[in-house]
Design a protein around this ligand. Sequence first.
Ligand SMILES: NC(=O)c1ccc[n+]([C@@H]2O[C@H](COP(=O)([O-])OP(=O)(O)OC[C@H]3O[C@@H](n4cnc5c(N)ncnc54)[C@H](O)[C@@H]3O)[C@@H](O)[C@H]2O)c1
Length: 370
Amino acid sequence: MTSNEKRIQLVNEYLMELNLEKKLTQHYKDRNILVTGGAGAIGSNLILALSELVGSGGKVVILDNLSSIREKKSWNVVPLDNIMFVQGDVRSDIDLKRVFKEDISMVFHLAAFFANQNSIDYPETSAEVDIIGLIKLLEYSRLGGIERVVYASSGCAIYGSYPKLPLKEDFISMHLTTPYQINKMTGEMYCNFYAHHYDMQIVNCRFFNSYGPGEVPGQYRNVIPNFIYWAMKGQSLPLTGTGEETRDFAYVLDLVQGLIKSGFYQEAAGENFNLASGREISIKDMALLVNETTGNKADLIFKPRRKWDTKLRLLASIEKAQKLIHYQPMIEFKDGFLKNIEWFKDNWDMIENMADFTPGMSSAVRNEKE
Ligand SMILES: NC(=O)c1ccc[n+]([C@@H]2O[C@H](COP(=O)([O-])OP(=O)(O)OC[C@H]3O[C@@H](n4cnc5c(N)ncnc54)[C@H](O)[C@@H]3O)[C@@H](O)[C@H]2O)c1
């Protein structure tokens, strides 16, 4: 079986196990759906699930500028008959007009300038993509009479520092420590404005740290893909802090579940909620698992905590999502992690080519200049 066939199988098996209610599958059938950022870590999984749900009578249109990886190639997008890939930018009217021509009725907005450190190094570009790009998308959605917009917010970002755990949706802090965090909170506020002023149906999904097949490592990427990458190269894993810090790691297909349900349930419209696993794992335990699974003999090394990284523990309450959209994470950490490793092994050559660790330059900015 090819790597692409495996990815399709993984998503379809997940959907089968999820046993989605008939009304939900009917809701998606034959639709044309826009996914911005559909070539990314989460988007490349979401499009497979949507492709299955819309069937041959509908299509999934991707708008992505391929800025998250080293080379501008859409290799992470599995080519299927009902998936249309448009290489373009959410800030560009020309590109937005192009995709909205496709008789779109729903939008999942996942494109973003990822993530904290990238936004510190390039605060203006990050605001242009995350805020101006979002406003443009909301405007086109309004003018196009889009039935529902689902926005990828971030629980790791918007809660700010010093919250009580588990993190609940009503906790608000102005103590945000990176432009990315500010952008994500601003993004939710714009979504709320459009929902309120224009009676649009918009959902703010607050993801916690995603992991799983589809995320290419890089200097601005998440800790799990980077640790797997370094371990597979036999290198030491650098822990920024003591290693006792915890994160709520969400398997990517559980996040996809939350997105699909957010696009359907009426109760989700106008709401914000966490999409996470609801369990916390220390970075050190995760790093040891990475080394054990890959057979990496190199030691862990400890580096000073990054100044912006003020959250020692992250644990989300998923009660609200459970209540509103019947969200239920299905994948145990170790199982999801093993699927992540398998995807790395299947795609190692490509991942090595696409991983962006170029010192002093973000692919998101470099690709724009080319
Ligand atoms: N991955 C996580 O742990 C996590 C956690 C919380 C929130 N989120 C949010 O979820 C969304 C998806 O995350 P991801 O991990 O898949 O990120 P990703 O970087 O892998 O995917 C984002 C995609 O958007 C594209 N993109 C970037 N700028 C663009 C632009 N100007 N125009 C068009 N496309 C553009 C990139 O090329 C990339 O393919 C993002 O909005 C992110 O902020 C992710």
